[in-house]
Design a protein around this ligand. Structure first.
Ligand code: IP8
Length: 256
């Protein structure tokens, strides 16, 4: 079984509110369908989630009623993105089933406390492809929290023990620097805890679900429970499909 996260940076234009990248998403859907593997999918929120979530400070918990309206807007937006992604996958011939975290997860002080895995397994066993996504979820302490696609990946990997976990992003993998400010940024082919400590602390957009360092930390933890953990560039045609088929591609391999 393979776990795949389609990052928000690859299926949306993160600089423009609610801008879906239909061309890339459609091509990735075809690559996923062509690989024909048993899979669970997760996608990020990109510009359908992070911009408004930050504006309404949803990542800090609920302290005023007005935030509830903001939360509802974000939830509606990420569901629209999910619907777009589902349509691309169905069009490519994949029997995808959307599983929104707000209906099958519980958070505790920002951490993903519980995820209803039975639901994922039932659809997976039926031959369908469960797909979840970054969402706003009920939190026992904060009222509401942001549940990221990375938190979902970790929870799914712990239980499902995938042979491979693939993070699809808009760069070749984990780089030595931010390519937007440093054209000399190089790909790090093997990422471990030491790599994380050595990375420079400068970056462009810090999401409501944390920096690139937090994301790499999740991947390193995931490498303990997945056979192999890869980060690759979904903007380059063919890379995801090749990786799904077990071929060697330009990517970072994350190890624990
Ligand atoms: O894009 C964030 O999920 P991510 C979810 O996987 C929201 O970090 C609602 C911003």
């Amino acid at each position: 079984m393979i776990l795949v996260k389609l990052g928000g940076s690859v299926i949306t234009d993160k600089s423009q509110y609610r801008r879906f990248d239909r061309e890339t998403a459609g091509r990735l859907a075809s690559e996923i369908a062509a690989a024909g593997e048993r899979m669970v999918l997760v996608h990020g929120a990109g510009s359908f989630g992070h911009i408004l979530a930050k504006e309404h400070r949803l990542h800090l918990g609920i302290t005023e009623d007005a935030q509830l309206r903001g939360a509802a807007e974000v939830m509606a937006d990420v569901r629209e993105l999910d619907l777009e992604m589902c349509r691309c996958l169905v069009h490519a011939g994949l029997p995808v089933v959307p599983l929104p975290p707000a209906a099958c997860a519980v958070m505790r002080d920002g951490a993903l406390e519980r995820l209803e895995l039975t639901t994922f397994l039932r659809y997976l066993d039926l031959g369908m492809v469960p797909m979840s996504f970054g969402d706003v979820v009920w939190d026992e302490v904060r009222g509401l929290s942001i549940c990221s696609g990375d938190q979902l990946m970790m929870a799914l990997a712990k239980e499902l023990r995938p042979s491979r976990a693939i993070f699809v992003t808009d760069v070749d993998g984990v780089l030595t620097a931010d390519p937007a400010s440093d054209p000399g940024a190089r790909l790090i082919e093997r990422v471990d805890r030491g790599t994380l400590a050595a990375l420079p602390r400068t970056q462009r957009n810090v999401d409501v679900t944390g920096s690139i360092y937090a994301k790499i930390q999740y991947m390193i933890d995931m490498a303990e429970v997945a056979g192999e953990c890869l980060v690759l560039n979904g903007k380059v045609p063919g890379r995801l499909e090749a990786a799904l088929r077990g071929r060697k591609v330009v990517s970072s391999r994350v190890v624990s």
